[in-house]
Design a protein around this ligand. Structure first.
Ligand code: ATP
Ligand code: MG
Length: 435
């Protein structure tokens, strides 16, 4: 039992209500984990979690509005009057772990429940009615001294669930804590095993980390621990200072933009026949590996690629070509990330980067004001016209329209039906490719 000024803290009414209601039925209940840590650290806490001796069927009987979030694992959601869903979980202990999942069984003591938690600062329980703190592993002191430490033997704890490696980096970065020496050593030795984790868990950790104000610090830890090299080798090959700064110059709550920023410095691969691969396939492969939705994969890759390959020059046709590649819907996001990159480059001593960016921005805006044709759908000529001209429908239609679009991107005035028909005749009929 420790006295701590922050523990006189008055929790939101539903927090006391949940504990009072369960204890009135004879079930010991505590606030636990992240919320206790955050309050002790003087931060406001969003989600309160509870741990209780009550079993899921008890919890569902006692509260009127519940959601069976993970009953097998002991977790029931309790809906408070203010509409917030609180997670209430039965005391548990781990019986078997394999680096990916823990098999848990219910337990009757708070101490057992706390001992299965990952880090000392996450393994404290607080009683909202009495104000009592249970802190068997010295989490309060670690919090005070800025130290992240596993509960129990670090090597064992990481081996049980390798996600803890990524969580450690996130918490250490977020709180600007040092990872205690033994934990750090064991963490580094666990890094090669991270690919065993499910892509979804890796992705959620990355997105959580990217949405922190302290994301640059977490990313630095990804790099020094070797996590970057193992999970994101393509990013590791890029200019690291720039990558970190781009992310830092984007707003934390725009984690999708930050993800695009994170990928925006991936270098292209040299191509076998000379030249470079534009790099889009590499971007896509990182995003596919993370199992993002197709919409997010497409959007994020487009933005990152638009930043990686800015307009090749400042003349209007180059600007239109870039707008066509990025697409009108993605222009604002892409320019936002490009702006963050320009700031990063300036900080890295590349003078004039911001000036170039702003000039480009003005040029692109003035192009957009003329509402130029940018996609095949904007062309004054379509598939029906091609058929009317006697061409047989097939895959070559796409190629024909693509070349028409290229001509129109260069000279928008060409976007007239007769002009494009003449162009198609010249390009495709004479070359004998119409058959
Ligand atoms: P945040 O919500 O800010 O990410 P948190 O500490 O609340 O931080 P959660 O993922 O919400 O993290 O988990 C709640 C609590 O459950 C943690 O504080 C920790 O005690 C425990 N916990 C979560 N994940 C693990 C894990 N992989 N191994 C051990 N304990 C864990
Ligand atoms: Mg939480």
């Amino acid at each position: 039992m420790t006295e701590h000024p922050a523990l006189n803290f008055k929790p939101p009414p539903p927090v006391s209500w949940i504990v009072r209601t369960l204890e009135a039925e004879g079930f010991e209940t505590w606030a636990v984990g992240g919320s206790v840590r955050d309050v002790l650290a003087g931060r406001s806490s969003g989600d309160w979690d509870f741990t209780t001796r009550a079993r899921p069927h008890d919890i569902m009987r006692i509260f009127r509005r519940t959601v069976p979030i993970g009953v097998d694992h002991g977790t029931v959601g309790v809906l408070a009057r203010d509409g917030t869903l609180y997670e209430v979980t039965t005391f548990r202990r781990d019986v078997q772990t394999d680096g990916r999942h823990a098999q848990v069984v219910f337990s009757d003591t708070l101490e057992e429940d706390l001992s299965r938690r990952d880090f000392t600062i996450n393994a404290m329980a607080w009683h909202p009615l009495s104000g009592e703190l249970r802190d068997p592993f010295g989490g309060g002191q670690d919090l005070e001294e800025g130290r992240l430490r596993t509960v129990g033997d670090p090597a064992e704890r990481f081996r049980e669930d390798y996600l803890r490696v990524l969580r450690a980096l996130r918490f250490a970065g977020d709180f600007n804590f040092q990872i205690e020496e033994q934990s750090w050593g064991a963490l580094q030795e666990s890094v090669p095993f991270l690919p065993q984790l499910s892509p979804e868990r890796i992705r959620e950790e990355l997105l959580k980390s990217l949405s922190l104000k302290a994301a640059p610090r977490v990313l630095e830890l990804y790099r020094t621990s070797g996590v970057l090299r193992v999970l994101y080798p393509e990013v590791d090959e890029g200019n690291w200072m720039e990558t970190v700064k781009v992310v830092g110059h984007l707003p934390p709550f725009r984690s999708q933009l930050r993800l695009a920023g994170f990928l925006s410095r991936i270098p292209p691969l040299p191509r076998a026949g000379g030249g470079t691969d534009p790099g889009m396939p590499r971007l896509l492969s990182v995003l596919e590996r993370l199992r993002l939705s197709n919409v997010l994969i497409k959007g994020t890759a487009t933005v990152a690629d638009g930043v990686r390959r800015p307009p090749l020059g400042e003349d209007p046709s180059m600007l239109r070509l870039w707008l066509s590649r990025v697409g009108v819907e993605r222009v604002n996001d892409t320019l936002r990330v490009a702006g963050a990159l320009a700031r990063a480059l300036e900080e890295e001593g590349i003078e004039g980067a911001m000036e170039v960016h702003l000039r480009r921005l003005r040029g692109l805006r003035s192009q957009l004001r003329t509402n130029p044709p940018l996609t095949q759908a904007d062309l004054a000529l379509d598939g029906k016209d091609l058929m009317r001209m006697g061409l047989k429908p097939g895959p070559q239609f796409g190629r024909i329209l693509e070349s028409a679009l290229h001509a129109v991107l260069e000279v928008p005035e060409l976007n007239k039906k007769e002009t494009l028909e003449a162009l198609v005749r010249e390009l495709w009929f004479d070359s004998g490719e119409s058959t």
